[in-house]
Design a protein around this ligand. Structure first.
Ligand code: 4NP
Length: 156
């Protein structure tokens, strides 16, 4: 069982959606026995909160329903999860700053993307509604490619 943690800043826009989309692809491929996932934020702004309503509405318009409660990244996450996936460079920096155990599987979501590989998943929080669809498309594609990569890698 590979355990994957998706991380953004607030854990209300990008990472809960990344988690939901990754799970969608896991289920579509009947790989529930092989993968589990969760999400969290580097910041403590939205602990206990539901995902941003704009993200939820946009996902629903794309046929995806999900729920989550915001939580903050903790030391225990570095022991518990096999892969830690940051949404952007700033998240990656914050995660690495807390990486006291030498966790070596920390990546950015778009390291796995086929478009603008290695770039950031833009933060839609302060922008317009179209930003939420952009993020949905980026995360849907990247989550699928991440799953492909992890399914074919040697480690189990
Ligand atoms: P997220 O988006 O990191 O994708 O969940 C944000 C949510 C909230 C804030 C910033 C980004 N905020 O500043 O409250």
């Amino acid at each position: 069982m590979k355990k994957i943690l998706f991380v953004c800043l607030g854990n209300i826009c990008r990472s809960p959606l990344a988690e939901a989309l990754f799970r969608k692809h896991v289920e579509a491929n009947d790989l529930q026995h092989a993968f589990s996932c969760d999400s969290c934020g580097t910041a403590d702004y939205h602990i206990g909160k539901s995902p941003d309503q704009r993200s939820v509405d946009n996902a629903r318009a794309n046929g995806l329903q999900y729920t989550h409660r915001g939580r903050q990244l903790s030391d225990k996450d570095f022991e518990e999860f096999d892969y830690i996936i940051a949404m952007d460079e700033s998240n990656l920096f914050d995660i690495q700053r807390r990486n006291h155990t030498g966790h070596s599987n920390i990546f950015k979501m778009r390291d796995f993307d086929s478009v603008n590989k290695g770039s950031d998943v833009p933060d839609p929080y302060f922008g317009g509604l179209s930003g939420f669809q952009d993020v949905y498309d980026i995360l849907d594609r990247s989550a699928s490619l991440l799953l492909q990569e992890l399914s074919t890698s040697q480690e189990s």
